[in-house]
Design a binder for this molecule. Structure first.
Ligand code: SF4
Length: 186
């Protein structure tokens, strides 16, 4: 299931220029899930193309990954007004699209608190949970979810950049071990 071009299931349709659909490799076992499109993403229709997106690309490449080898999406496909965080209600309405996107992934990195909350279905204290993989089930299939900081938080913060580098290292290790993980049952 994909959101139809004129999806109006929630009020975020009112302020968007365009839907922001996923980017990267549609068959990648590794997904990155951000919060919501910002102004640049709304203009271009691609996730993570602004300043934090450029930083994300650089950090991925430093850890042997790239935008073309991962799958990148957001909890909601339309930009919230004034770059506010999406509400739980908006994320819930958009969730079936996200669920479909993630059904075949093995490892999911959530970027920022909203994305972690959306997929863990509970409140999250990011500083206590960042880089601690945990198991979730999507459509009956087990995944490993790694909560991470949003790249925007790392622009002026070297510790957050290091934390994101660590996130990507953990994700690579989890993918290398995926046969072991999946053999426990999906
Ligand atoms: S955020 Fe999702 S549910 Fe809401 S209008 Fe956009 S595509 Fe539809």
């Amino acid at each position: 299931m994909r959101p139809e071009d004129d999806c109006q299931r929630c009020r975020l349709c009112e302020g968007r220029a365009r839907l922001v659909m996923p980017d990267g490799d549609p068959r990648s076992p590794l997904a990155l899930v951000g919060e919501a499109p910002g102004a640049k993403e709304d203009e271009q229709g691609r996730p993570f193309v602004g300043r934090s997106g450029k930083l994300l690309d650089r950090l991925l490449e430093e850890e042997g990954l790239s935008r073309s080898t991962v799958y990148i999406t957001n909890t909601v496909k339309c930009r919230p007004p004034g770059n506010r965080a999406p509400t739980q209600e908006e994320m819930d309405v958009c969730f079936p699209f996200l669920e479909e996107e993630l059904a075949d992934r093995v490892v999911i990195i959530t970027l920022g608190r909203s994305a972690a909350r959306d997929l863990l279905r509970r409140d999250v204290r990011l500083k206590d949970e960042v880089n601690r993989p945990q198991e979730i089930t999507i459509r009956g299939s087990k995944k490993l979810l790694i909560p991470a900081y949003h790249p925007a938080a790392s622009i002026y913060n070297a510790k957050v950049k290091d934390s994101l580098r660590e996130t990507f290292r953990i994700a690579r290790t989890c993918l290398e071990d995926r046969r072991t993980f999946l053999s426990k049952g999906t």
